[in-house]
Design a protein. Structure first.
Length: 400
């Protein structure tokens, strides 16, 4: 059960304070129940907090709880053999067209029980929790039939019953389409009805689609987005990962929460995202695993003021990664983000990519999802290569 207390002698890393990357010393956070009641310099603590118990942190760094805003954590099976194929020269597209890739995961996921799916997801969630993650987005998309898509979302929802973490669910029925069907027929007969069923059951927070030459065209994804709008659901998109299909421009037109990957993002796409407020979610794990060479246009996104988030893209094929800290390091080394941009990318901007307004920042009124790190410099979190110097993780005011 949560209570009331003050964290003192802390280095704070609040997001988006003009010219301020964190208090250099003597910061404090007041927690009342599950909410941050005060965040600032220790000398400015209001008198009404005088009777609260104080927990000195010895100068340790405090950040918001980390947010992984793009994952595919509910699945069954392994694709290590396909990794071997890539190591001998096969491309992602060649593996998919040969019947591998996502289709091997679809087969394994359809055959798995709910208990098996949950057990695998919890194992992966535990690794993210050990890194200080407090919110995780999980997509469907390995069913490609109504029954399995719904089962994946139900299992994702069940995770909160077993672990102290917030789960946001995304319907990704438009991830691929069965080999025996045309894409439009799949959307009409399976994907859109499954979206309706998921929404009716309260299983979905947002809708996503894979806009790519090996996925769906922009016209087909627009059908998905229009259906989501009828159901009152926000949208996201996998866009411009392998080629420029105009997915980011489409996403911006529909006021999407985020467009993700973006290695082939055009100048027009950057401008459209900036105008729409759509978050760019960068996924360095897939870039690394697939040995891509074209990087997202980070400098252009930066200049246009497009908020940039980072995520693991945790999935069995192109990014079998379960560490947001490693994603931060990769975002810096591979994409040229600054340590501050990396930290914002897994906190405030990641929250924006999920449409969440009560997490991701250290300020009064926000939910008390906090990490206490055994470091004093925020850059340490990006500098370390997946190391997790986490001293305490606080979820809704409760240390866990």
């Amino acid at each position: 059960m949560s209570d009331c207390y003050i964290l003192t002698d802390a280095r704070l890393a609040p997001m988006h304070l003009e010219g301020e990357a964190g208090y250099s010393q003597s910061g404090a956070i007041g927690v009342e129940g599950d909410t941050i009641a005060f965040a600032g310099a220790e000398i400015d603590i209001p008198e009404r907090f005088d009777q609260m118990p104080r927990r000195p942190l010895g100068g340790r760094l405090v950040t918001p709880g980390l947010i992984d805003c793009h994952t595919h954590l509910v699945y069954h099976g392994s694709r290590a053999r396909e990794f071997e194929m890539r190591q001998t020269g096969a491309s992602y597209e060649e593996i998919m067209r040969a019947g591998g890739g996502i289709f091997s995961t679809v087969k394994a996921t359809r055959s798995a029980t709910d208990e098996e799916l949950l057990a695998g997801a919890l194992t992966r969630i535990d690794r993210l929790i050990s890194d200080g993650t407090t919110t995780v987005e999980i997509k469907s998309g390995y069913g490609l039939d109504l029954e399995t898509e719904l089962r994946m979302l139900r299992v994702a929802r069940m995770i909160e019953q077993h672990r102290p973490i917030r789960i946001c669910t995304t319907f990704l029925g438009a991830h691929a389409f069965p080999k025996h069907m045309e894409a439009d027929d799949y959307l009409t007969e399976i994907c859109l009805p499954a979206m309706e069923a998921a929404a009716a059951e309260g299983l979905v927070d947002a809708v996503d689609g894979f806009c790519e030459t090996v996925g769906f065209s922009a016209r087909q994804i627009e059908r998905v987005f229009e259906h989501a709008a009828k159901l009152g659901l926000p949208v996201k998109i996998h866009a411009e990962q392998l080629s420029d299909q105009g997915g980011a421009i489409l996403a911006a037109r529909h006021r999407a929460l985020s467009a993700d990957h973006l290695e082939f993002l055009s100048d027009e796409g950057v401008a459209a995202m900036a105008a729409a407020g759509t978050v760019a979610v960068l996924l360095p794990g897939a870039f690394y695993m697939l040995k891509e060479t074209r990087k997202p246009p980070v400098e252009k996104l930066r200049e246009a003021g497009v908020p940039m988030a980072l995520a693991t893209d945790s999935n069995p094929g192109s990014s079998p990664m379960t560490s947001l800290l490693l994603a931060m390091n990769m975002g810096a080394i591979l994409f040229g983000l600054s340590p501050q941009e990396c930290l914002e990318g897994v906190t405030d901007n990641a929250a924006r990519a999920l449409g969440l307004s009560q997490v991701g920042q250290l300020k009064s009124g926000m939910r008390a999802d906090l990490n206490i790190w055994d470091v004093t410099d925020p850059a340490e979190l990006t500098y370390r290569m997946g190391d997790a110097p986490l001293q305490q993780r606080i979820f809704g005011g409760v240390t866990c």
